[in-house]
Design a protein around this ligand. Structure first.
Ligand SMILES: Nc1ncnc2c1ncn2[C@@H]1O[C@H](COP(=O)(O)OP(=O)(O)O)[C@@H](O)[C@H]1O
Ligand SMILES: [Mg+2]
Length: 261
């Protein structure tokens, strides 16, 4: 059982030592990774996914429960405890969604009597994240970007049930990101969101700040920020509402903005 992942610092793009030399991520933590484009966010989560052992360009090391990752994590895809979802992740199959999920459940869940429920739950989960519901008989390649991302997140969380889920800037794909966070919080896993979204950053337990290829700070959402988070959420809901109205071909009015005017 995985309890902690430790990131041991390496060096930045210019060779200087990483300012934060150790972070222990605990099971149940929701973490954001923030920083400008090019600051090394994707590289950091790739290090985690690869169980880096001073053998990547960053020199970082990743420990699982305080020790280097066991070889079986690399060697057997069914035992890999990490699911990584990026904006580019796509399905290699063109099965109907239902068949894909059942096939996946057969591989990941050994007890045949236990397979039916997760498939249904996975689809429900995915459909709470996407505006356009996914049908069991739609083909995987017909899904929109948002539907694909939603199904991947649901599949990783429920069917694969990996203890660690990494999400690299999936918020732009058109999924309900706060709904995702709420749903994901019901599962005891380590979730790492690479994000530019203040709402996700503030709803996380803490955020890792990147600069020049290194981790420069770890910021916990403090009391002052928790107050800010409430207003940020309202702002974000208002923007979503405006987006929906525009999509439906409606006109915007000041009424929607009253709380902020
Ligand atoms: N510690 C590091 N040492 C050397 N190169 C790095 C390091 N971190 C990131 N890079 C390189 O910097 C570039 C941008 O990193 P990337 O992780 O894609 O940034 P981001 O995801 O924040 O936009 C990549 O080419 C990556 O290989
Ligand atoms: Mg990136």
């Amino acid at each position: 059982m995985i309890n902690t992942i430790t990131i041991l610092g390496g060096h930045g793009k210019n060779g200087t030592a990483e300012p934060v030399q150790r972070i222990d991520l605990r099971m149940g933590d929701v973490i954001s990774v923030v920083g400008p484009t090019g600051s090394g966010k994707t590289t950091l989560i790739n290090d985690i996914e690869l169980f880096a052992n001073a053998n990547t360009q960053t020199g970082r090391r990743i420990l699982i429960n305080g020790a280097p990752a066991p070889a079986e994590y690399h060697d057997d895809p069914a035992r890999n405890p990490i699911a990584l979802i990026t904006q580019h992740t796509t399905f290699l199959s063109d099965l109907p969604v239902g068949e894909f999920l059942h096939t996946h459940a057969r591989i990941r869940i050994s007890d045949a009597t236990q397979r039916q429920v997760p498939v249904g739950r996975t689809l429900d989960f995915a459909n709470q994240l996407t505006g356009e519901p996914i049908a069991l008989d739609s083909h995987m390649t017909e899904l929109s970007g948002g539907q694909t991302r939603a199904l991947l997140i649901a599949d990783a969380t429920i069917i694969c049930n990996t203890p660690i889920v990494l999400l690299d800037e999936v918020e732009n794909a058109g999924i309900h990101r706060t709904r995702a966070l709420e749903l994901l919080r019901q599962y005891r896993k380590i979730f790492i969101f690479v994000t530019h979204d203040p709402r996700i950053a503030l709803l996380s337990d803490y955020r890792i700040v990147m600069q020049g290829g290194t981790i420069t700070q770890v910021l916990h959402t403090d009391m002052a920020e928790q107050k800010v988070a409430g207003i940020v959420s309202k702002l974000d809901d208002t923007l979503s509402l405006l987006r929906d109205k525009i999509r439906r071909g409606e006109r915007l009015t000041m009424a929607e903005l009253e709380t902020f005017a």
